[in-house]
Design a protein around this ligand. Structure first.
Ligand SMILES: Nc1ncnc2c1ncn2[C@@H]1O[C@H](COP(=O)(O)OP(=O)(O)OP(=O)(O)O)[C@@H](O)[C@H]1O
Ligand SMILES: Cc1ncc(COP(=O)(O)O)c(N)n1
Length: 306
């Protein structure tokens, strides 16, 4: 029988019927991390490995009902938030974070998919910056998303100073900021921790930069020349949430998640005719190897040879 002590992780995200990203990718990741996965759906997409064709949001009341139904019965140890396509959904989710005092909230601001229609329009983005990011433990934009968020923050500052939008007096344009600078700017503005992911960087690495409690940490990674990278961001945020649910610190959770996602990319699974899903099974294998190693180390030296 499954122990009720199993860490529970809730994904609040959109459906990806092709199975690599969104709630489908999140549930696979959470399972591979040996946690119990739950999902409240913000909307549905019509997409495959070639791109996103359409997005449709669930009605506000229905999102509220899903969240209330799940959380009042099974309180999550961590929450991952993904696609949000309605401004009203941001406020509903923030109300739930407050109402149920949810902890370990990881927000992956999926603004636009790699290919296809945009998920989050300007009003959603503004609400995320004003309400959701300050309520999150960690926000995980990729580089283009971080640039869009920085631009929105600088536009807001210009507006507040009565200057023309995009004047950005005394500030470098978002495109000239480094990932570390963007993490710090967003983190300071929203009073939250920020991990800018390096999957889209132009250099040969896949290095992620985290701004957390006034300090920067760098998570280095080699770039893998893989054909299948659909769902890397979803897997990273779900894996961080799962490891926080298991009691890891934020820095350790990011470190473990990055190693797991690297293994999933290296799996180089060939699914579909476009950018296929990462190999979530590889996370399960890594997770088992880690657990076996911990079990061996926890045994007394005389028992280890057996
Ligand atoms: N080719 C790669 N090789 C190694 N690591 C990678 C590669 N691409 C992305 N990563 C890593 O995967 C994680 C997700 O980063 P990425 O920038 O791809 O997020 P994302 O764009 O939100 O993902 P998605 O493609 O799902 O939207 C990061 O830890 C990043 O460093
Ligand atoms: C429902 C949903 N959520 C998140 C993504 C991630 O986007 P990407 O296509 O860049 O991996 C996606 N494709 N679909």
């Amino acid at each position: 029988m499954v122990s009720s002590k199993i860490p529970k992780v809730l994904s609040i995200a959109g459906s990806d019927p092709s199975g690599g990203a969104g709630i489908q990718g999140d549930i696979k990741t959470i399972f591979a991390e040996s946690c119990y996965g739950m999902a409240a759906i913000t909307g549905m997409t019509a997409q495959n490995t070639l791109g996103v064709k359409a997005v449709i949001a669930v009605p506000d009341d229905f999102l509220r009902m899903q969240l209330d139904a799940v959380i009042c019965d099974i309180i999550p140890d961590a929450v991952k938030i993904g696609m949000i396509s309605e401004p009203s959904h941001v406020k509903i989710i923030v109300d739930m974070i407050d109402k149920y005092k949810l902890r370990n909230v990881i927000t992956d601001p999926v603004i636009a998919p790699t290919s296809g229609v945009r998920f989050a329009h300007d009003e959603v983005l503004v609400n995320m910056i004003d309400y959701l990011f300050p309520a999150s433990t960690l926000v995980t934009p990729n580089i283009p998303e971080a640039q869009t968020i920085v631009r929105a923050i600088l536009d807001k500052r210009s507006r507040a100073a009565g200057e023309p939008v995009s004047a950005h007096k005394g500030e470098l344009p978002a495109s000239e900021l480094t990932p570390s600078e963007m993490a710090e700017l967003i983190g300071c503005h929203c009073d939250c921790s920020v991990l800018v992911k390096g999957g889209h960087s132009a250099d040969g690495e896949a290095t992620d930069c985290m701004w957390h409690k006034g300090e920067l940490s760098i998570f280095r990674g080699r770039r893998i020349a893989a054909m299948s990278s659909h769902g890397t961001g979803c897997a990273l945020s779900s894996s961080i949430a799962s490891n926080l649910a298991k009691g890891e610190s934020l820095a350790a959770a990011v470190q473990i998640a990055k190693a797991h996602v690297t293994a999933a990319i290296a799996g180089n699974m060939s699914i579909g005719s476009g950018n296929g899903s990462i190999d979530h099974e590889a996370i399960l294998q890594q997770q088992r190897i880690q657990q076996d190693t911990i079990n061996i180390l926890e045994r007394k030296p005389e028992e280890r040879q057996k």
